[in-house]
Ligand binder design. Structure first.
Ligand code: DX5
Ligand code: ZN
Length: 218
């Protein structure tokens, strides 16, 4: 099953409520919530107050991407505020096993993320303890960047390993995904597609429909 996950990092924050309503009406199941701390990544995006407001506004699955150093400090609070899934970066956490177990104990979907330069083995080490692997296809920290083509093989190799082990783990891609590179990523085995600027810049509903047309046809 393919899922589109619009990243609200690319939303107009002065219009966030009405833009969330458009996502709600589109029935897209996921909303990708990019939390950035200015430490693990250079930017600071938003945190608890925005997550709390977004939770009140939408029933969509809140797919929280923690670009945060030592994310274990925030798992309980984010789950309490309404996160449905939390993805942590293997590069940012010294207690990945424990943190993933904590997310599970609180009822959350567990995700492990790797940056473009991080070998897939660092994610595969946790493949039996997660419901999703997030393959960053840009350097984390900013929306609107160009897709890093070398990541395609990482996606394919992770998907092959998941299939080989007979696991049911989603492969999420995140960063620089556009209509033009969507099909090759789907074919490589990505099934949760994060996209920010390609949805939120311009006509949101039209952009979503264009993505779903390709995803449903894949
Ligand atoms: C980057 C974020 C991505 C980004 C995607 O660090 O994790 O989710 O917002 O934005 P686009 O699709 O515009 O690259
Ligand atoms: Zn993200």
């Amino acid at each position: 099953m393919n899922y589109l996950a619009p990243s609200i990092l690319a939303a107009d924050f002065c219009e966030l409520g009405s833009q969330l309503d458009i996502i709600e009406q589109s029935k897209v199941p996921y909303i990708h919530v990019d939390v950035m701390d200015g430490m693990f990544v250079p930017s600071i995006s938003f945190g608890m107050p925005v997550l709390e407001c977004v939770r009140k506004r939408t029933k969509r699955f809140l797919d929280v991407h923690m670009m945060v150093q030592s994310p274990e400090r925030y798992v309980d609070e984010f789950m309490r505020l309404g996160a449905d899934g939390i993805t942590i970066h293997v590069e940012a956490c010294d207690c990945v096993h424990e943190t993933l177990a904590r997310i599970k104990s609180l009822g959350g979907k567990r995700g492990i993320a790797i940056n473009p330069e991080t070998p897939i083995e660092q994610a595969l080490a946790y493949i039996e303890e997660v419901e999703m692997v997030l393959v960053m296809t840009v350097r984390p920290g900013f929306g609107g960047q160009s897709y890093i083509p070398e990541c395609l093989d990482k996606i394919r190799n992770i998907r092959n390993e998941i299939n080989k082990r007979g696991l049911s783990v989603d492969v999420e891609i995140d960063g620089g995904v556009r209509l033009g590179n969507l099909k090759e990523n789907l074919d490589a085995g990505a099934n949760v597609i994060v996209t920010g600027s390609a949805v939120f810049k311009g006509d949101i509903d039209k952009n979503i429909k264009s993505f779903l047309q390709i995803m449903n046809g894949a």
